[in-house]
Unconditional design. Sequence first.
Length: 164
Amino acid sequence: MARSELQSADRDELASFIEKHWHSPVIMSRGRSFYPHKENGFIDRRDGQIVGVLTFHVEDGELEVLTLNATLQGKGIGSALMLATIEKARDLGCSKIWLTTTNDRLKPIGFYQRIGFRMTNINLGVVDEARKIKPQIPEFGERGVRIQDEIVMELSIKPYIDED
């Protein structure tokens, strides 16, 4: 597996990947639109094919995870991408990493909690509002759960300790 930071040469392929997995080139977070293929991130490939991507946006000393996809489940791809992102956040001096996910995503919520993320807010009805901008957002998600709300999850980042 070859994990690397996103490069300009990855952008077109990443745009197609995002469109396929997110049903649009745009994603919504807290009412804001983002184009993940234009952001920073990490990419994993096997045999030249994308098997995992994590994109993020840094603002005001905080890193927001925009997308995380692993096409091969249970292979540690998502964990490796997240760990690389945590290290990047430390390198950038960020105080926290945060992300939003929808109320139907129970498996990803558990994944984030195992890494150390905590639920810090629930934005009620925000997905209904986001559908007005991005109508491709499905009304129902995992296990037939109606997608309405955004769950905000955060991980505090501790700086490296200099042992000198």
